[in-house]
Design a protein around this ligand. Structure first.
Ligand SMILES: *Cc1c(COP(=O)(O)O)cnc(C)c1O
Length: 393
């Protein structure tokens, strides 16, 4: 990429959803045929998701938060149990633990790719630990072999938060086929979007069936039919469940988006490569590095300001905003939130998370970015670094 002085000005949002006529037609068809809530389109989306990921069971729900909650219930995690999660994640990973009265135990992350640090998981384990929720940050994949090794030794369930990881691969295995449960998000900004939505994949047929029932009020029609002659109105409630089902409108959108995942991922990969080319050559920035055994979904592009650059992250973000570029920060570590103050957590206990938080920002990496836009973001970031560091002298 040739670095020209930036004379033009653009407006580039942090994210723009990729949708086309196929999505519009698919949703229109659902509205015309009149079955709006969970039905044939949802079941077809689940089958397509299993085909795509290679997962044995896929269960569609209305969010990744719901997916995480149902996975914990299916795994038998109860009130008072401890669950290990990374400090650097979206609050949903932790809040689902509060739903069931379980205790979040925050663990520091690896500097290289912001995924949970297996060495630090070990020191978080107590006799009350029941599960670990590795978060595949930004599309990288956690060190799953090490996590499995620890989990087997301590009899822990692995529930993967794969909100960023469609499609990501770990040692040529697709995320969705690795842990006991894997939870995906189809929120508006995620790589596959249905506005709101989520999916659970699992190898465990019994758990899958229970999750299918729990996602819709605990209702089972088959259970009723086994014992009595009921009409079409008849059903049993096997246990108190939740209102977590997907709708056919969402699923129709999701099925179309699923077919485009490889193509969209390639586009993000291309954007990341262009950014890398510019930023790796600059001493102002420190690369975020995905391990060699990972093929990333490139959900996020993380820019980190070098320690000795003296650059202030918040000022950097303001400058980019003034240049019309939308950015974000992933994440404010959980221990910094008021809601977690009761756990007496200190930033000093999470030195890597603190280090990352203070110098990271996320740049736009949506599939429909034009070459001009990519170049503008890269050039503006470099010029902003030069400008801000120059103004210090
Ligand atoms: C987006 C996100 C979630 C929550 O997903 P929803 O579908 O909005 O419930 C959970 N974990 C992580 C890491 C996320 O980024």
């Amino acid at each position: 990429m040739v670095m020209e002085p930036v004379s033009r000005s653009m407006k580039i949002p942090f994210h723009k959803v990729h949708t086309g006529d196929e999505e519009i037609n698919a949703v229109t068809e659902v509205i015309k045929n009149g079955w709006l809530t969970m039905g044939p389109k949802t079941f077809a989306f689940e089958r397509a998701f299993s085909d795509y990921t290679g997962a044995r069971n896929s269960i569609a729900v209305n969010s990744c938060t719901a997916a995480l909650h149902l996975s914990l219930v299916a795994a038998g995690v109860c009130a008072g149990d401890e669950v290990i999660i990374p400090a650097m994640t979206f609050v949903a990973t932790a809040e689902v633990l509060a739903y069931i009265g379980a205790i979040p135990v925050l663990c520091d992350v690896k500097k290289s790719d912001v995924t949970i640090d297996p060495d630090k998981i070990i020191s978080c384990i107590t006799p009350r630990t029941k599960a670990v929720i590795p978060v595949h940050y930004g599309g990288s994949v956690c060190d799953m072999d090490s996590i499995f090794h620890i989990a087997q030794k301590h009899n822990l369930t692995i529930i993967e938060d794969a909100a960023h990881a469609l499609p990501s691969y770990y040692k040529n295995r697709m995320v969705g086929t690795i842990g006991h449960y894997t939870c995906f998000s189809f929120y508006a900004t995620k790589t596959l979007s249905t506005g709101e939505g989520g999916m659970i994949t699992t190898d465990d047929d019994y758990a899958a069936e229970r999750i299918r029932i729990l996602r819709l009020h605990g209702i089972s029609r088959e259970a009723w039919n086994r014992y009595a002659e009921g009409g079409q109105w008849a059903y049993d409630v096997l246990e108190t469940g939740y209102k977590y089902n997907m709708t056919d409108t969402q699923a129709a959108l999701g099925s179309v988006q699923l077919q485009k995942q490889d193509k969209l991922c390639e586009k993000r990969e291309n954007i990341a490569a262009k950014y890398d080319y510019v930023f790796h050559a600059s001493s102002y920035f420190l690369p975020y590095k995905v391990p060699d055994y990972v093929r990333s979904a490139h959900h996020l592009y993380i820019l980190r300001l070098a320690e000795d650059s003296g650059l202030d992250r918040d000022m950097f973000i303001n400058e980019l905003r003034n240049a019309g570029i939308g950015t974000s920060v992933h994440y404010i570590p959980l221990y910094r939130f008021t809601a977690f103050s009761g756990y007496n957590l200190s930033p000093a206990d999470f030195p890597v998370s603190e280090w990352i938080f203070k110098r990271s920002l996320s740049l736009p990496i949506f599939p429909d970015m034009t070459d001009d836009e990519i170049e503008y973001v890269a050039a503006t970031a470099v010029q902003t670094a030069e400008k801000l560091s120059g103004s210090r002298i």
